[in-house]
Design a protein around this ligand. Structure first.
Ligand SMILES: [Zn+2]
Length: 417
């Protein structure tokens, strides 16, 4: 069986006339083969600028005791960032394969549908409440918060995140529907404490497809990093380990996310990490298969795209996700993107990294991380040769990550010894 292929080389700049926010357009960066939407992010500090955490907020957002336990107190953030923009042509290739994966996972889906359609079908508003303000947006659609009184306890309300898919101008109706089904089929099949739960797919009164998901009140990691400047080691390590636990699960399920980035990592106010947005996810192995299929096509947001995506016709989707995890960790620890692209010859900062990682003195931003065990894992995650990258499972078993203390909120739902 062929691999699940998306041909990113067909990408074109398709956002300039469709982004719902004018200022968005200034941030569109188009490069050969991809079309990433890069959010504004602080530049690396100049030698005269000492980057430091905003200490005034530190003691309110992170509580630590002397025994190593910690708690997060993350403020509710309205915006959950801007959803990844992606050319619809990426979604058109081999969609049949993804729909097939839907059938393969039908038992899970059926379980969801039974839950949501136990009685007569109801409208979106009846089921999940009226939609309120926007908490995320992008070329794929707009995410709004929805609020509904709890049927069992009318004194309480339940919050949901509702993503209304938008049909792109260059998508036919069939292509649009395939894209919606593809995203829903994958995301609704994932059940893990570190993956956003997808609850339902139904139509609004205007006929738009709406995907209902759990709401994460802490916002997205991008907004969090932007608001605090640079994460404390304890925070970044805790979030990184949770992220890897979620990624390990996805890879065990045969799914590569393909768009891991700060904006797609959501938080609860107590610091639980949830992976979101499966709009670019690929199935690299069906449930009945043992063989891993390679994937192809440049996909994702530019600073997080692995170098092999630009040069190899086919590559391992798992290794691409691990590269993105390495970038996410460095962005949390430094407060900026250490380079803008890993495409050869396009970014001096990346060229410097490739040279420096071979030297005994190493690459400065990574060398500034506290322990050699941590540095080794980061160097491995960001190894330009994908075959040398550690897997999510290997990273979780590494000496450094095994020692990372995840808070109680982060461990909720997991079997932690
Ligand atoms: Zn924590």
């Amino acid at each position: 069986m062929n691999s699940c292929i998306s041909n990113g080389l067909e990408c074109r700049d398709n956002l300039s006339d469709e982004s719902p926010y004018a200022e968005f357009n200034r941030e569109i960066i188009t490069c050969e083969g991809t079309n990433g939407l890069v959010l504004p992010f602080p530049q690396p500090p100049q030698p005269s600028q000492q980057s430091s955490p905003k200490e005034t907020t530190l003691h309110t957002r992170l509580l630590e005791d002397t025994s190593g336990f910690h708690e997060h107190r993350i403020q509710a953030i309205k915006s959950q960032g801007k959803l990844q923009s992606q050319d619809p042509t990426l979604r058109n290739a081999k969609l049949g394969y993804k729909v097939e994966s839907l059938l393969n996972r039908m038992s899970n889906w059926t379980r969801i549908k039974k839950k949501s359609e136990a009685d007569t079908p109801r409208s979106l508003a009846e089921s999940y409440g009226k939609r309120g303000h926007v908490i995320g947006y992008g070329a794929f659609g707009t995410v709004r918060i929805a609020c509904k009184l709890d049927a069992e306890d009318p004194t309480r309300t339940r919050l949901f995140a509702v993503k209304e898919f938008k049909q792109r101008s260059r998508d036919s109706l069939i292509e649009h529907k395939k894209r919606v089904i593809s995203e829903y089929s994958i995301s609704s099949s994932m059940y893990h404490p570190h993956v956003v739960t997808t609850l339902d797919l139904l139509q609004s009164t205007k006929g738009a497809s709406c995907q209902v998901m759990e709401y994460c009140s802490g916002g997205d990691l991008y907004s969090f990093v932007l608001s605090v400047g640079q994460l404390e080691m304890v925070e970044a390590n805790c979030f990184f380990k949770q992220l890897l636990q979620g990624v390990e699960y996805l890879h065990e399920m045969g799914v590569a996310h393909r768009d891991l980035k700060l904006e797609n990592i959501l938080l609860t106010q107590r610091g639980k990490v949830k992976i979101a947005d499966f709009g670019n996810a690929e199935c690299f192995r069906m449930a009945w298969e043992t063989e891993v299929h390679m994937i192809s096509g440049v996909c994702g947001s530019r600073p997080y795209i692995a170098p092999e995506e630009y040069v190899d016709k086919q590559f391992d989707g798992r290794a691409v996700d691990i590269w993105a995890c390495g970038m996410i960790y460095m962005s949390m620890r430094t407060g900026y993107h250490i380079w803008q692209t890993s495409q050869k010859g396009r970014d001096k900062a990346f060229e410097q990294y490739v040279q420096d990682r071979k030297k005994e003195t190493g690459y400065k931003p990574i060398e500034q991380l506290e322990t050699i065990e941590c540095r080794n894992v980061v160097y491995s995650a960001l190894d330009p040769t994908p075959a040398r990258r550690l897997t999510a499972q290997q990273i979780l078993l590494s000496e450094w990550v095994r020692k990372i203390e995840v808070c109680d909120a982060g461990n909720e739902g997991l079997d932690v010894c």
